[in-house]
Design a protein around this ligand. Structure first.
Ligand code: HEC
Ligand code: HEC
Ligand code: HEC
Ligand code: HEC
Length: 479
């Protein structure tokens, strides 16, 4: 679980004055683009000293290569396949020996560039680069020699992507899509972290664009993101809620169709990661709230998800003109034992709607302070109402939404955020972090000594009091 309330100190991103800018040496004109498939040339092809490897410091333009090699977790994604945790995962899954994850296709699909496939790749391509430049920006065979020309820069993002293979990383919705292949999953491409992997030791994937963007050691300027979206933090969160939910539904649809995974096995159904982890992973206690009439659905059925389709998504969709909440899927999935084919059908419809809603919100005018605060109020109200029955996922998503709004509020009005609001958010973040400790987003390390399972008696007071305090802090600003 990622915490990302930004530190003021980090915010003022010191930009070194750049001296004379080198110009990349290749100046060939734009030629008719090659047809697909675009092929990867490997990170070293981007690393000429005149181009992205000027090594001027972390995050400085033209120093993307050294920012990535020095600070980016993606650069070590392949190396991670050789750590003891990976050894344990593949031992549990396949009973294979240490180091074998590095040769396991399923792992390579997300932990290396081009899904580890080197056929047709350029000589610079190597598995050891991990998740390299081309994993996010697209295979560079067609754009490498032209992407710095003035003529190319004038093309639309769609032309750059379709004709040259340069992924649109600037618009929020398509950026989220790109990250989500690996961070949510794409079963058609064999990229899936299901309950088998999680039970074997893989961290759970609970992506949220705004938090992951804040956490990411960037090789571009945050000010560029803010130029495109002055409300970047909040908008990335909101658009990301919708787009990630769509990708998760796509994954669910694929799971219902019994697709064959890369290891030849059918995707399991029902797939446990679709359901609230804590509904199975919790202590059995007499006199629980649920026995006393606290069920929100049929006793004994598993509550569906929560991460990609809970109240945070509902509230975000209220900001969009498109009514896209996947209510039908929710109804079916909340009756454990739902017909996979019916679920698949409902997913299809919802996916279309969510895509439209994401684009609609992405294009909506920049949110002003009063819009941000009214959205924050809704999130807090939702937290207060569900404090008794809410799941960890629900509170975590509300926290991430509030933190994103907090950060945008600070961008728009740096002196305006009440100190208490920041303080209470930190408390909320800590409550959640202790349940799913960092680096192990999974309840297997959960121990009751934290006393913070959202469902147990002690924590109810804690969560509801935090949401109450947040409300007071927010209102103190609205005199
Ligand atoms: C090709 C797959 C892939 C793509 C695309 C991708 N990631 Fe990742 N990402 C990974 C893997 C694998 C890791 C884990 C690396 C490791 O620790 O070994 C990771 C780790 C991270 C981490 C560190 C997480 C932590 O717990 O410390 C952040 C932050 C992150 N990614 C953000 C992003 C964002 C934002 C995008 C899109 C702009 C993105 N990623 C696109 C595969 C990918
Ligand atoms: C769907 C894409 C995907 C697949 C398939 C996948 N991973 Fe990952 N893996 C990730 C992402 C994304 C992260 C980062 C999660 C985060 O922090 O949010 C990660 C994190 C990890 C980590 C923790 C990072 C660290 O530094 O220790 C390990 C270990 C790991 N993966 C090993 C494996 C192994 C072994 C396999 C194959 C059995 C595998 N992964 C398959 C996407 C994937
Ligand atoms: C995890 C995904 C990811 C990886 C890996 C990655 N990038 Fe990026 N990159 C982005 C995103 C997202 C942006 C911000 C949006 C934008 O400017 O296109 C960006 C921005 C940039 C920019 C600024 C573009 C502009 O128009 O100002 C450059 C240049 C760049 N990346 C080059 C590289 C190079 C070179 C590498 C490898 C050394 C690399 N990137 C690796 C995701 C990634
Ligand atoms: C339908 C019930 C169910 C759901 C929902 C479920 N699990 Fe599990 N999980 C199990 C079972 C059964 C085992 C195997 C337990 C055993 O062998 O002792 C298991 C094992 C595990 C393990 C390894 C064993 C351990 O207890 O440490 C982890 C980690 C885990 N699950 C994490 C998760 C996460 C994270 C989620 C939510 C994304 C989740 N589970 C959702 C039933 C479930």
């Amino acid at each position: 679980m990622i915490s990302f309330l930004k530190a003021k100190a980090l915010k003022k991103f010191a930009l070194l004055t750049m001296g004379a800018m080198f110009i990349c040496f290749r100046t060939s004109p734009i030629i008719a683009a090659e047809k697909e498939p675009f092929t990867p040339l490997g990170a070293p092809s981007c690393a000429s000293a005149a181009c992205h490897n000027q090594n001027l410091g972390k995050g400085i333009p033209f120093s993307e290569y050294t920012t990535w090699t020095g600070f980016d977790p993606h650069h070590k994604a392949y190396a991670s396949l050789f750590n003891t945790r990976s050894d344990r995962i593949v031992k549990n899954l396949y009973n294979t020996g240490p180091g074998s994850a590095g040769a396991t296709q399923l792992c390579l699909n997300c932990h290396s560039s081009n899904q580890g496939k080197s056929e047709h790749a350029g000589p610079g391509f190597s598995l050891t680069e991990g998740v390299g430049c081309e994993s996010c920006h697209g295979s560079s065979s067609s754009y490498i020699s032209v992407h710095f020309t003035e003529k190319f820069k004038k093309l639309s993002a769609q032309e750059k992507e379709k004709d040259f293979g340069l992924t649109n990383t600037k618009d929020l919705s398509s950026r989220n899509k790109m990250c989500a292949d690996c961070h949510v999953g794409n079963a058609k491409k064999g990229m899936e972290v299901n309950h088998d992997l999680i039970a074997a030791g893989h961290p759970r994937l609970n992506f949220e664009l705004s938090a992951y963007s804040a956490q990411y050691p960037k090789h571009w300027k945050m000010s560029d993101d803010l130029k495109r979206y002055p409300d970047f933090n909040a908008k990335a969160w909101a658009v990301g809620q919708i787009q990630s939910s769509k990708i998760a539904l796509q994954l669910l649809e694929d799971r219902t169709s019994g697709l064959h995974g890369v290891d030849g096995n059918k995707t399991p159904w029902p797939e446990f990661t679709e359901f609230d982890c804590f509904s199975c992973h919790k202590d059995l206690k007499l006199n629980s709230k649920k026995y006393q009439g606290g069920y929100s659905n049929k006793p004994g059925s598993l509550p569906w998800g929560g991460w990609f389709n809970g109240n945070a998504l509902k509230l975000v969709l209220e900001e969009s003109k498109v009514k896209a909440f996947p209510a039908e899927v929710s109804l079916q999935m909340n009756q454990f034992g739902a017909q996979p084919s019916k679920v698949g059908q409902s997913c299809k419809k919802a996916i279309e709607q969510l895509e439209i809603a994401a684009l609609d919100l992405e294009k909506s005018p920049t949110w002003n302070k009063s819009q941000l605060l009214s959205l924050a109020k809704k999130l807090i109200d939702s937290g207060k109402t569900s404090a008794e029955k809410g799941s960890w996922d629900e509170f975590a998503q509300l926290y991430l939404g509030l933190a994103a709004i907090h950060n945008s509020w600070d961008d728009l009005d740096p002196q305006g955020v009440p100190k208490d609001f920041t303080k209470e958010l930190v408390i909320l973040g800590n409550l959640l972090k202790d349940v799913f400790p960092k680096g192990f987003d999974s309840p297997s390390l959960f121990e009751d000594k934290f006393g913070l399972n959202p469902r147990n008696e002690k924590s109810i007071g804690t969560f509801s009091s935090v949401f109450r305090s947040l409300q007071i802090a927010l209102e103190s600003n609205r005199r």
